[in-house]
Design a protein around this ligand. Structure first.
Ligand code: 5GP
Ligand code: ZN
Length: 120
């Protein structure tokens, strides 16, 4: 199978069922991805145990990122399916540190997946 995330061996964090890496094209300093070790395409198809493993790593990563970069906030997000913007078809959760001033008007955050509806 041709999957870039199945080939990654260089993890920043890992546990039995999941691992964490830095995003190769980061939205912001410290942008990380959390990935189940098992190849699964869709977030809704992972097991409860895999979800738990992923969210445990997100907590660990948050501590690391707080220490290293002191961000002012975070966005957490998953693109589920091509229509939502998913480009790598192996589940991954994005953790994006946010910094004051990184965008002119952050109001609405993840609502920005549909840019015209970001503000309300
Ligand atoms: P998606 O759009 O599928 O939710 O996000 C895929 C993410 O994977 C993107 O943020 C992209 O920058 C990242 N990415 C793509 N190829 C690679 C790679 O080879 N290595 C790493 N670490 N990240 C990648
Ligand atoms: Zn894979």
């Amino acid at each position: 199978m041709n999957c870039i995330f199945c080939e990654i061996k260089d993890y920043i964090l890992e546990n039995e069922l999941a691992f964490a890496i830095l995003d190769k094209f980061p939205v912001n300093k410290g942008h990380m991805l959390f990935i189940p070790k098992r190849h699964v395409k869709d977030f809704f198809d992972i097991t409860k145990e895999e979800r738990q493993a992923i969210f445990e790593l997100i907590d660990e990563a948050k501590n690391l990122l707080d220490e290293k970069y002191s961000p002012d906030g975070y966005n957490i997000g998953v693109n589920c399916g091509q229509v939502s913007g998913q480009t790598v078809m192996h589940v991954h959760v994005h953790l994006i540190p946010r910094y004051i001033g990184d965008t002119k008007c952050p109001k609405g955050g993840v609502r920005g997946v549909i840019p015209d509806k970001m503000k309300y």
